[in-house]
Design a binder for this molecule. Sequence first.
Ligand SMILES: Cc1cc2nc3c(=O)[nH]c(=O)nc-3n(C[C@H](O)[C@H](O)[C@H](O)COP(=O)(O)OP(=O)(O)OC[C@H]3O[C@@H](n4cnc5c(N)ncnc54)[C@H](O)[C@@H]3O)c2cc1C
Length: 372
Amino acid sequence: MSTVNKLSTKAIEVDIAIIGGGSAGITLAAKLNNFSTVIVEPHTPSERDCSWALWAKPDQQTELIYATKGSWREWRLIDHHTEVRHISDQYRYMSLSSAQYIADCENRLASSVELIRASANNIVSEGSGGSFVSDDRHYSAANLYDSRPPKVPDDSLKQHFLGWDIRTKTPICDAEIATLMDFRVDQSRGLHFMYALPFSDRRLLIESTMISSSLEDKEWYRTAIRQWLKQQNIEIEETLGEEAGVIPMESVRPPNDNLTRIGAASGAVRLSSGYAFSGIQGQINKLVQGINRGDFSVPAPISPALLRMDKIFNGVLMTQPELGVSLMMRTAKALDGNGFARFMLGGATCLDWAKVILAMPKIPFLKQVLRL
Ligand SMILES: Cc1cc2nc3c(=O)[nH]c(=O)nc-3n(C[C@H](O)[C@H](O)[C@H](O)COP(=O)(O)OP(=O)(O)OC[C@H]3O[C@@H](n4cnc5c(N)ncnc54)[C@H](O)[C@@H]3O)c2cc1C
């Protein structure tokens, strides 16, 4: 095992280098303690604060309590005809502060792990490792994991959203229920829904979320939020923050540079839902187990079978976007709370799958299966 060589004239040699200290990179760094490691991340946690949501079982709820902004055992999906409510006795839907999660991981780094608060440049692969320059120093790593976000092609299917964290003038109704999708909004530009998480009866995260291939102007999402709030008779007392994001819903195609990728860059985002946190946790846990056995290879974050199912689902969404609302509502109706959480986490049982498949319109899916 090598030790960190601080000579600036030659490359500093380390066992492991991690490029990017977001969800995947910092989770990996916080779990390593037997290897000389550098993690390179230009931004502080508070500079990249956003909400990361997941379905969590009790042990994970306890583990993540310090970063939890809100958690709900009941959630709903709504369209013009119906409201589907789920209550789960096994999972809670949780929203985390990414800044608090990352800050906690940074605080727990072992003494063998150095955090470099700068960008990595000139990253070049060398076998399973690589070299790069950061903070005017040259590093060479026996193993290099790159978590820089993948490029999202302009014409690909994506989830894009803009949200506000607001304090309301009066208490919100149903403050104990998370609204995952409210489709009673403008559907003319693609599959569009409101996502509303009440952190208390006076504080709400509200996001206008689109699934389509073209991004909208920021004012478009803001107008949609204002209209929805008006329909719900919710008045804003104070806007505490705004966040926006674009999440790929098609397989990522990393550049042909032979770098080893982790996290979203390795395809950890569920193509059908945009959820990534749980898949990344699973990937990193397996990777760390491997590393401790001397196997530095990165496990696939999502099984090939699940990937295929998600591609079929997205294929139907791309070719027949008008079916989008019905597909989401049918999925929710077919499952109970526990089944829906398993399904969204990528851990659906055969029975869960059977229920969802039976609930789907058969012709569009059969056509899509033949197309792939
Ligand atoms: C606003 C937003 C909200 C989201 N909400 C959810 C959610 O609710 N639930 C969910 O499951 N998923 C969510 N996602 C999906 C999201 O992709 C993942 O949760 C997660 O952030 C992906 O982790 P990652 O480590 O792969 O990438 P990131 O967390 O994006 O980390 C990559 C890091 O690389 C750093 N970096 C970039 N270039 C360099 C460089 N040259 N040198 C060094 N570092 C560099 C960046 O600063 C960044 O911190 C959300 C995404 C966004 C954008």
